[in-house]
Design a protein around this ligand. Structure first.
Ligand code: NDP
Length: 314
C-alpha cells in the first residue's frame, strides 16, 4: 500500500481552506488541500456577497470562491478533489484516508471542513429529497418560477432565501416557530416589505404531502398549547434554512468538540486538543460564521501550522 507523505494537509476548500493554502504555498511549505464534497464550500451556493472587503459592488459567491481557488493555484498550491473519509490522530504523522482508498501521512492538519445545512428530521424530507425539498434556494429556486414555496426558519439565512425566492416564485411562506424573527433588523425589514412573502409565526411543520413531489405541508400553530391548531398549505417547494451543523463526523471524537459538534480551539491560536491539528473557518466557529472571519482563521491556521512544523525541525 503506497502512502504519500506530506507536511500539511488542508481539509476543505472554503475561504478558510483556500486562504491557508495560499499562505502555506507562499511560505514554501509543502501542503495539499482536499476539496471535500462541495468544492468552494457553502459560498458557492449563495448569491451576491456585499460584505467581503475589496468588492465595492459586491461579488457572486461562486465567483469569489473561484477567485480564491485561482489565487491559490497561482501561488503554487496543490489543490485536489476528494473527500477525507477517515483520520487517525492517535499518532504523528497523522494517518488520513481520502475517498476510502488513498492513504496519506501528514505532519500537520488544518481542518477547514465548514458546516452543512440542518434538516428538521422529518421522514418526508427524505421522501421528497430532490422532489421539492431543498436547503439551497440559490441552487434550486430556478425550478419554482411562478410557483408557491415555503422557507423554514427565522434567521438571516431564512430571510435571505425568502427574499431571493420572492423574486422568482409567485408566493413565499416563511414558517417561523417563534413569534418573532431572529434575523438582523435589515433582513427583517426586507422580507416584511415584500408583498408576496407571508410569515407564519408560531408555526411548526409536521409533514409534507403530494403524489408527484411536494404539493403541500401539514403545519401546526401554537404547538403543544391549548390553542394548538393544525392546518395545511399548498406549496410546490419546501426550503430549509434553520442553521448549520459543523462537518466533524469524520473525526470520530478524536478532537475535543463542543456540545454542538464544533471543534474547540485554544484561542487566540487555531490549535485544537491534538498537537499539530489546527482548525479554521465555520467548523470551529459557532459564533461569527462569516466568509471574512473564515478566511482570517485560515491565515492564522497556516501560520500556526508553519510554526509547528518549524518546531519539529521540518
Ligand atoms: P440561525 O441559527 O441564526 O437561525 C436559525 C433559524 O432557524 C431560527 O429562526 C431558528 O428558530 C430556526 N430553527 C432552528 N431549528 C429549527 C427547527 N428544528 N424547527 C424550526 N425552526 C428552527 O441560522 P442562520 O443560518 O440564519 O444564520 C447563522 C449565522 O450566520 C447567524 O449569525 C447569521 O446572522 C449569519 N448570517 C449572516 C448573513 C449576512 O450577514 N448576510 C446571511 C446569513 C447568515 P429559533 O429562533 O426559534 O431558534
Amino acid at each position: 500500500m503506497e502512502i504519500e507523505k506530506i507536511k500539511c494537509l488542508i481539509i476543505g476548500s472554503g475561504p478558510a481552506g483556500y486562504t491557508a493554502a495560499i499562505y502555506l504555498a507562499r511560505a514554501n511549505v509543502k501542503s495539499v488541500l482536499y476539496s471535500g464534497p462541495l468544492p468552494g464550500g457553502q459560498l458557492t451556493q449563495t448569491t451576491a456577497i456585499e460584505n467581503f472587503p475589496g468588492f465595492p459592488d459586491g461579488v457572486d459567491g461562486f465567483n469569489l470562491m473561484d477567485l480564491m481557488r485561482q489565487q491559490a493555484v497561482n501561488v503554487g498550491a496543490d489543490l485536489r478533489t476528494g473527500v477525507v473519509t477517515d483520520v487517525d490522530l492517535s499518532q504523528r504523522p497523522f494517518r488520513v484516508t481520502v475517498d476510502g482508498e488513498k492513504h496519506l501521512e501528514a505532519d500537520t492538519l488544518i481542518v477547514a471542513t465548514g458546516a452543512s445545512a440542518k434538516y428538521l428530521g422529518l421522514a418526508d424530507e427524505k421522501k421528497y429529497a430532490g422532489m421539492g425539498v431543498s436547503a439551497c434556494a440559490t441552487c434550486d429556486g430556478f425550478f419554482y418560477r411562478k410557483k408557491v414555496v415555503a422557507v423554514v426558519g427565522g434567521g438571516d439565512t431564512a430571510c435571505e432565501e425568502a427574499d431571493y425566492l420572492s423574486n422568482l416564485a409567485s408566493k413565499v411562506y416563511m414558517i417561523v416557530r417563534k413569534p418573532y424573527l431572529r434575523a438582523s433588523a435589515a433582513m427583517q425589514k426586507r422580507v416584511m416589505e415584500k408583498e408576496n412573502i407571508e410569515i407564519l409565526f408560531n408555526t411548526n411543520t409536521r409533514g409534507l404531502f403530494g403524489d408527484n413531489g411536494v404539493e403541500g405541508a401539514h403545519l401546526v400553530k401554537f404547538m403543544g398549547t391549548p390553542e394548538e391548531q393544525e392546518f395545511d398549505i399548498a406549496i410546490d417547494g419546501f426550503f430549509l434554512a434553520i442553521g448549520h451543523q459543523p462537518n466533524t463526523h469524520f473525526l470520530k471524537d478524536q478532537l475535543q468538540l463542543d456540545e454542538a459538534g464544533y471543534i474547540v480551539t485554544h484561542g487566540p491560536t487555531t490549535a485544537t486538543s491534538v498537537e499539530g491539528v489546527f482548525a479554521a473557518g465555520d467548523v470551529a466557529d459557532p459564533r461569527y460564521r462569516q466568509a471574512i472571519s473564515a478566511a482570517g482563521t485560515g491565515c492564522r491556521a497556516a501560520l500556526d501550522a508553519e510554526k509547528f512544523l518549524f518546531s519539529l525541525g521540518s
